[in-house]
Design a protein around this ligand. Structure first.
Ligand SMILES: *Cc1c(COP(=O)(O)O)cnc(C)c1O
Length: 720
């Protein structure tokens, strides 16, 4: 694991090494080095050290380093990085996941959200995958990751004068990213090939270092491919069905071949959602070829090393393909496996003999994995019901789908100021034991005033950031100078601030709080106990329903009585998410239960002292204890959508009016909301240790990876 770095490196060379491992992004003192290095204070440079460094010649860099007095900080950061990379013998993984050492976990995902400078994600699934890699790295769990490289990424969102979403794609410049082309051990370029009935598709792979973890992103934009095929991996979730299945054979079959070419022999295959569910076919093929196994035996052996995490409780959210699509793209594989297209179709159908049933990625993922899980307790229940027909001989409770609740990476989402408070309050080395409740218990002793002031400072930061982003848009749209000037007064740091930011998928109901618009007017207009809202979120390009909700909110923000009090920020990404989750008082989450499989943004808010106000769905259904945040409603569902929305909207208003607003404005003589602060402390203390990604990765190791690696045939434990 020791990186091959010569001992005597120059200042600039050390910076380059740091910039080329995403480790820098979750270490605030390294983040601040790059910020201080940035003389022009151009935001994009702050966020992308590789781009920043490319702006300097070595001499300029050296001079800038002296000017900003950065040399000893860089030396210290570099030493810490070397220690981190060099010694994994004392990690949690060395003690608990040793068997994976030479045969690591192969983690497949269609998106990875590691940092805003690498636009390889669209939302929660990608950010979760990014956090998984970071925790695997911190814990020393041997893991190698596979994804796709989208050279146009996911879109940036602009909101036009009419409040309608516009999508902008930019061509990602490979030289401005912390990536390098993967090569074969002998130095030759690595190219893998995936056959279809018509023409093969070729892919190269980019390597991204995420701490100790290596991530390989397959890229088909190379000269070996036809002009159409070169665009296959241009955009995340872009294109039609045919694009989708071609992306998925590249990810699954191509990804497995990249691992083989690089000499990896994984012990465990982890499929994060069904997009990569073709991967097991390649491992089955290899077992048949190398060990002369029959298809059935190879399938059984491969399945015993495969784990599958399902994320989608919405039936339409699962990829489905018809016979023609499967035959064109998997036909050659079916022939090699000796099962033909007919046999392949059977693997993707609940009933193999039902010729009317399309091929479903989730079904093949279940059939090729011995272990499967949903992403929260409630989602486990929903998934067992949803997929019970795959195991018709079992009762619903015995359907072999467990759950591992999602978590977030503490180092990435905790604000530096809040981290300083943690450092003062918790035991030395707390960040190495974030999954232990004892680590967090000491938070009880934090001084209320100190916690509140830290929170207020972060809230001020969010408000400044929100004004800047609003000004950027106003200037782009050439708003009159008077209007731009007005933006300087948007939002008031003394006012209860509620954040709502997520993908604008209709089931998330961004406009639920507006359902009773008169009531909304009243709570905004209340001069004694006012509230203000910040909204943000992207709608899928093809989702006009989501875009209409966005527009409705935008139109409200333009009405006189809401101006400066209800805000819609454009281009929700990891950067905006970080500011929001670190600065809001309350994080609102009101999906249609039980459609939010887990949700993770509220977990990021917890770490920073914000309070969740949420429907009892996803992670919140198992997290809320009555006094560590706020619950909306009583956790029931309804098959009639309109009745459900009406009831939830009423419950939401009730919670805001009867609980949230009074508690926030109940102040002592020092103007401190003591009962509120108590709830902040309780939220951090009771939730921080459970809903972080160290705990999540440890759970995966213990209930999925180790049993899969040991060939132990027990099913995943279910923890209610
Ligand atoms: C955390 C995060 C999400 C996921 O949030 P949900 O609560 O699951 O909606 C989506 N997008 C970004 C940019 C995030 O940081």
């Amino acid at each position: 694991m020791t990186p091959a770095v010569p001992t005597q490196l120059s200042f600039g060379e050390k910076l380059n090494v740091l910039a080329h491992n995403m480790w820098w992004s979750w270490h605030p003192d390294v983040v601040s080095i790059f910020r201080d290095l940035n003389r022009v204070r151009w935001r994009q440079l702050d966020q992308n050290p590789v781009l920043l460094l490319s702006e300097y010649t070595p001499e300029q860099l050296e001079n800038r380093g002296r000017e900003a007095v950065l040399h000893s900080r860089v030396n210290y950061a570099f030493r810490r990085w070397q220690e981190y990379m060099g010694d994994s013998s004392t990690t949690w993984g060395a003690t608990h996941a040793g068997v994976l050492c030479h045969k690591p976990v192969a983690y497949f995902s269609a998106e990875f959200g590691i940092h805003e400078s690498l636009p390889n994600y669209s939302g929660g699934l990608g950010v979760l995958a990014g956090d998984h890699l970071k925790s695997a790295s911190d814990l020393g769990v041997p893991l190698v990751a596979i994804g796709l490289f989208y050279h146009e990424g996911y879109f940036s969102q602009l909101i036009d004068e009419k409040g309608w979403q516009q999508e902008v794609y930019s061509h990602v410049k490979n030289t401005q990213l912390p990536i390098r082309l993967a090569t074969l051990p002998n130095g030759d370029p690595l190219i893998v090939k995936v056959d279809t009935r018509h023409n093969p598709i070729y892919a190269q792979a980019w390597q991204v270092d995420v701490g100790r973890v290596k991530l390989y992103l397959l890229d088909v934009n190379i000269e070996q491919n036809s002009p159409e095929d070169r665009k296959l991996t241009a955009r995340l979730y872009g294109g039609d069905q045919r694009t989708r299945i071609r992306q998925e054979i590249v990810l699954g079959l191509g990804g497995a071949r990249v691992l083989t070419a690089l000499g990896y022999q994984p012990h465990v295959i982890h499929m994060n959602e069904g997009h990569s569910a073709f991967a097991p076919l390649e491992f089955i093929r290899m077992r048949m070829a190398n060990d002369s196994l029959s298809f059935d035996d190879a399938l059984r052996e491969t399945a015993s090393m495969c784990c599958f995490t399902t994320h989608t409780p919405v039936p339409a959210g699962h990829d489905r393909f018809d016979w023609g699509m499967i035959d064109e793209h998997l036909g050659p594989m079916g022939d090699q496996l000796g099962i033909g297209t007919q046999g392949l179709m059977g693997l993707g159908r609940i009933d193999p003999n039902n010729h009317n049933e399309p091929f479903c990625m989730t079904v093949i993922a279940f059939k090729c994995s011995r272990r499967a899980n949903g992403v929260s307790n409630l989602h486990g229940v929903v998934s067992r019901r949803m997929w019970a027909s795959l195991w018709p001989w079992r009762s619903e409770e015995d359907v072999p789908i467990g759950h591992i609740t999602n978590g977030v990476h503490v180092g990435s989402w905790l604000a530096p100021q809040m981290r300083t408070l943690y450092d003062r309050t918790l035991k030395e080395g707390w960040w190495r034991r974030t999954a232990d409740p004892n680590t967090w218990a000491a938070f009880e002793h934090v001084t209320p005033g100190e916690l509140w002031e830290t929170h207020q400072a972060l809230k001020n930061g969010l408000i400044t950031f929100s004004r800047q982003r609003s000004i950027t848009r106003a200037e782009r749209l050439k708003f009159p100078a008077t209007e731009v000037a007005e933006i300087q007064n948007l939002l008031d740091p003394e006012v209860l601030t509620i954040g709502f930011a997520r993908r604008f998928a209709p089931y998330k109901r961004a406009d639920l709080v507006l359902r009773d618009i008169e009531m909304f007017r009243q709570i905004i207009a209340d001069s004694k106990r006012p509230i203000q809202f910040i909204f943000a979120g992207k709608s899928h390009p093809a989702d006009n329903g989501g875009k209409s909700i966005l527009q409705r909110i935008y139109n409200l923000t333009q009405e006189a009585e809401f101006k400066g009090k209800v805000l819609l920020l454009e281009d929700y990404d990891i950067n905006l998410a970080r500011h929001l989750v670190q600065g809001v008082d309350v994080w609102l989450n009101n999906p249609r239960r039980p459609l939010e499989a887990s949700g993770t943004s509220g977990q990021k808010v917890v770490l920073n002292g914000g309070l969740n106000c949420s429907i009892l769905d996803g992670w919140w259904a198992e997290a809320f204890d009555g006094s560590n945040g706020f619950g909306i409603g009583s956790g029931t569902c309804h098959s009639n959508q309109d009745i459900l929305d009406e009831r939830d909207a009423k419950d939401l208003m009730k919670t805001l009016l009867n609980e949230v607003i009074p508690l926030y404005y109940d102040r002592d003589n020092d103007d401190l909301p003591q009962a509120w602060i108590k709830r902040m402390k309780r939220s951090i203390r009771t939730l921080g240790w459970r809903f972080n990604s160290d705990r999540m990765v440890m759970d995966y190791v213990q209930s999925a990876y180790l049993p899969a690696a040991g060939g132990v045939s027990c099913e995943m434990n279910r923890r209610a």
